[in-house]
Design a protein around this ligand. Structure first.
Ligand SMILES: C[S@@+](CC[C@H](N)C(=O)[O-])C[C@H]1O[C@@H](n2cnc3c(N)ncnc32)[C@H](O)[C@@H]1O
Ligand code: SF4
Ligand code: SF4
Length: 345
């Protein structure tokens, strides 16, 4: 049995009761921890919020051991840890600190990488650590398009996934499962079937599709929402083709019940600085879109998890209370063109 399995099972049950009884103050702890190892990056993807955010308000930061240690009480009860933020996890040694901590507490670990710093030996290290999910962000397989969008060579991604599959067999390991994270817009909609074929060939388990959030007017014309019919057709075909190919296709917002964002019911999002967000929306400093709710360095975890903003969000989604302004203009709540067109500066 994994460490703290009973504690985690009890917490899951408690969370289901919190939700069923529509509590706004939860007795359970978060089941999902999203923790940012670093906000530094070795790439410069044209779509990334890092290009447009206020540099002074978002200085480079790496997760420190004392920030991780402050989270121990929540690690005990959490099921899944996502090593995820606005940076490349593999450029920081903090990534491994986080993986080791999560594994010490029996949590499942998922992460997403741009693949640039990923090598065969790092893949083997991930297998050794028992990391469950390794996603690569590939927005195309056409070599020129992938290079322009992500700075990555398709042959490198191919080598990594092939090595992952072979090395798992060699070590008798079930994990990590490989995944491809695709950020979709009008320009790469036609790449989806090719990405699916690539995934199927390389034993990649899932294709996770997200919409482009256009953080700057220079990106606004690219949203796939400008051509909703073509977008829906492409998604429906992809889903069907995924079933035939044995690749799980997860379409944008598929798991979200309309009008009820799941994040504040399950999730505790911690930036490398120790600041906490109640959801994955705009996890960086920005006046219009982001709403930090505390900091693990100067507040107790429980007081943040049941802070007024968390309670207001649960009231909104569980009891149809007033919807905070951040949610009204968030793609997860308002799944429409306008909410995908943003402006950071
Ligand atoms: C911010 S990145 C951090 C992890 C890592 N650096 C990477 O790129 O995979 C996490 C995911 O967000 C996606 N992403 C980046 N900019 C985006 C945008 N404007 N809209 C939607 N997704 C975006 C990336 O493609 C990636 O899959
Ligand atoms: S690799 Fe990830 S964090 Fe880095 S610029 Fe690209 S999307 Fe942003
Ligand atoms: S801002 Fe968006 S992601 Fe965050 S709680 Fe509201 S609807 Fe959910």
């Amino acid at each position: 049995m994994k460490p703290y399995a009973l504690r985690k099972a009890f917490n899951r049950r408690l969370q289901a009761v919190d939700i069923a009884l529509r509590r706004v103050r939860f007795r359970s702890s978060p089941t999902q921890l999203v923790i940012e190892p670093t906000n530094r990056c070795n790439a410069c993807c044209p779509i990334c919020a890092r290009n447009f955010w206020d540099q002074r308000a978002n200085p480079p930061a790496d997760l420190e051991a004392d920030t991780l240690n402050a989270l121990d009480r929540f690690f005990l009860a959490a099921d899944t840890v996502f090593a995820f933020g606005h940076g490349e996890p593999l450029v920081s040694a903090s990534f491994w600190l986080l993986v080791e901590k999560a594994k010490q507490f029996g949590c499942r670990v998922e992460f997403t990488s741009n693949g640039l710093a990923l090598s065969e030996s790092i893949v083997d290290r991930l297998i050794d650590h028992g990391v469950e999910i390794m996603n690569l962000s590939l927005d195309a397989v056409e070599p020129g398009a992938l290079r322009a969008r992500r700075g990555l060579e398709v042959a490198h991604a191919e080598r990594l996934f092939a090595h992952l599959a072979a090395s798992k067999v060699e070590h008798g390991a079930a994990f990590p499962e490989g995944g491809i994270a695709v950020t979709v817009d009008r320009d790469n909609l036609a790449e989806l079937p090719h990405l699916l074929a690539f995934a199927a060939d390389l034993h990649v388990k899932s294709l996770l599709v997200s919409h482009l959030v256009a953080w700057d007017p220079s990106l606004h014309t690219r949203s796939a929402y400008h051509e909703p019919e073509a977008m829906r057709r492409a998604f429906a075909e992809l889903k069907e083709a995924g079933e035939r190919a044995g690749v799980t296709v997860v379409l944008p917002f598929e798991a979200v019940v309309r009008g009820r964002c799941p994040h504040p019911l399950h999730m505790f999002v911690v930036r490398a600085t120790g600041e906490v967000w109640p959801c994955c929306n705009a996890v960086f400093r920005n006046d219009r879109y982001s709403f930090p709710v505390g900091n693990v360095h100067n507040q107790s975890l429980e007081s943040i998890w049941n802070s007024k903003p968390y309670q207001a969000l649960r009231r909104a989604f569980l009891r149809r209370g007033p919807l905070p302004e951040h949610c009204r203009i968030c793609p997860l709540y308002a799944d429409e063109l306008a909410s995908h067109l943003r402006q950071l500066s």
